[in-house]
Design a protein around this ligand. Sequence first.
Ligand SMILES: [Zn+2]
Length: 118
Amino acid sequence: MNRKKAIKISKPCLVRIRNSFRALIIQIVREQSYALSQLKSAYYDEEEIDHNKIQSIIDEQSSLRIALRDSICKCAACSDSKRDHVYNPNEKKWYCEECYEILKKSYTEVDKMPNWFP
Ligand SMILES: [Zn+2]
Protein backbone atom coordinates (compact mmCIF):
# COMPACT_ATOMS: atom_id res chain seq x y z
CA MET A 1 0.00 0.00 0.00
CA ASN A 2 1.32 3.40 -0.94
CA ARG A 3 -1.20 5.66 0.71
CA LYS A 4 -2.65 6.41 4.12
CA LYS A 5 -5.52 4.14 4.90
CA ALA A 6 -7.84 3.92 7.89
CA ILE A 7 -9.88 0.82 8.63
CA LYS A 8 -12.87 1.91 10.68
CA ILE A 9 -15.50 -0.49 11.90
CA SER A 10 -18.46 0.81 13.84
CA LYS A 11 -20.87 -2.13 14.09
CA PRO A 12 -20.26 -3.86 17.43
CA CYS A 13 -20.68 -7.36 15.99
CA LEU A 14 -18.04 -6.64 13.32
CA VAL A 15 -15.73 -5.11 15.94
CA ARG A 16 -16.00 -8.33 17.97
CA ILE A 17 -15.24 -10.45 14.89
CA ARG A 18 -12.24 -8.25 13.98
CA ASN A 19 -10.91 -8.34 17.52
CA SER A 20 -11.37 -12.10 17.68
CA PHE A 21 -9.39 -12.57 14.47
CA ARG A 22 -6.66 -10.27 15.75
CA ALA A 23 -6.51 -12.14 19.06
CA LEU A 24 -6.36 -15.45 17.19
CA ILE A 25 -3.49 -14.29 14.97
CA ILE A 26 -1.60 -12.88 17.97
CA GLN A 27 -2.10 -16.16 19.84
CA ILE A 28 -0.87 -18.22 16.89
CA VAL A 29 2.25 -16.05 16.62
CA ARG A 30 2.89 -16.42 20.37
CA GLU A 31 2.47 -20.19 20.19
CA GLN A 32 4.76 -20.41 17.18
CA SER A 33 7.36 -18.28 18.95
CA TYR A 34 7.07 -20.47 22.06
CA ALA A 35 7.51 -23.62 19.95
CA LEU A 36 10.61 -22.08 18.42
CA SER A 37 11.93 -21.31 21.92
CA GLN A 38 11.42 -24.94 22.89
CA LEU A 39 13.26 -26.07 19.77
CA LYS A 40 16.07 -23.62 20.52
CA SER A 41 16.37 -25.00 24.06
CA ALA A 42 16.59 -28.53 22.66
CA TYR A 43 19.41 -27.46 20.37
CA TYR A 44 21.24 -25.94 23.34
CA ASP A 45 20.95 -29.27 25.17
CA GLU A 46 22.72 -31.19 22.40
CA GLU A 47 26.32 -32.22 22.98
CA GLU A 48 27.58 -30.23 20.04
CA ILE A 49 25.72 -26.95 19.73
CA ASP A 50 24.89 -25.98 16.15
CA HIS A 51 24.99 -22.21 16.25
CA ASN A 52 23.64 -21.92 12.71
CA LYS A 53 20.45 -23.77 13.68
CA ILE A 54 20.03 -21.61 16.76
CA GLN A 55 20.63 -18.43 14.79
CA SER A 56 18.04 -19.45 12.20
CA ILE A 57 15.50 -19.95 15.00
CA ILE A 58 16.36 -16.55 16.49
CA ASP A 59 15.95 -15.01 13.03
CA GLU A 60 12.58 -16.69 12.57
CA GLN A 61 11.38 -15.50 15.97
CA SER A 62 12.52 -11.99 15.09
CA SER A 63 10.69 -12.14 11.76
CA LEU A 64 7.50 -13.25 13.49
CA ARG A 65 7.76 -10.46 16.05
CA ILE A 66 8.39 -7.81 13.38
CA ALA A 67 5.60 -9.11 11.13
CA LEU A 68 3.14 -8.98 14.02
CA ARG A 69 4.31 -5.52 15.11
CA ASP A 70 3.91 -4.17 11.57
CA SER A 71 0.57 -5.86 10.94
CA ILE A 72 -2.87 -4.37 11.39
CA CYS A 73 -3.32 -6.66 14.39
CA LYS A 74 -1.30 -4.38 16.68
CA CYS A 75 -0.59 -0.67 16.92
CA ALA A 76 3.13 -0.23 16.19
CA ALA A 77 3.41 2.29 19.04
CA CYS A 78 1.22 1.04 21.90
CA SER A 79 0.45 -2.57 20.83
CA ASP A 80 -3.32 -1.95 20.98
CA SER A 81 -5.29 -4.67 19.25
CA LYS A 82 -8.85 -3.54 19.93
CA ARG A 83 -9.27 -0.17 18.17
CA ASP A 84 -9.49 1.02 14.57
CA HIS A 85 -6.07 1.34 12.98
CA VAL A 86 -4.51 3.71 10.45
CA TYR A 87 -1.77 2.74 7.99
CA ASN A 88 1.26 4.98 7.55
CA PRO A 89 2.65 4.29 4.06
CA ASN A 90 6.01 5.91 4.91
CA GLU A 91 6.72 3.50 7.73
CA LYS A 92 4.61 0.66 6.37
CA LYS A 93 3.09 0.24 9.83
CA TRP A 94 -0.35 0.41 11.41
CA TYR A 95 -1.19 2.65 14.36
CA CYS A 96 -4.31 3.11 16.45
CA GLU A 97 -5.98 6.41 15.67
CA GLU A 98 -4.80 8.00 18.93
CA CYS A 99 -1.14 7.15 18.39
CA TYR A 100 -1.36 8.16 14.74
CA GLU A 101 -2.63 11.63 15.67
CA ILE A 102 -0.01 12.05 18.42
CA LEU A 103 2.79 11.02 16.05
CA LYS A 104 1.41 13.14 13.23
CA LYS A 105 1.37 16.20 15.50
CA SER A 106 4.86 15.45 16.77
CA TYR A 107 6.33 14.94 13.30
CA THR A 108 4.62 18.08 12.03
CA GLU A 109 5.37 20.46 14.92
CA VAL A 110 8.58 19.13 16.46
CA ASP A 111 10.42 17.31 13.71
CA LYS A 112 9.15 19.55 10.90
CA MET A 113 8.31 16.53 8.76
CA PRO A 114 4.61 17.06 8.03
CA ASN A 115 4.54 14.54 5.20
CA TRP A 116 5.89 11.67 7.29
CA PHE A 117 2.45 11.08 8.82
CA PRO A 118 0.09 12.13 6.00
ZN1 LIG B 1 -1.52 3.00 19.64
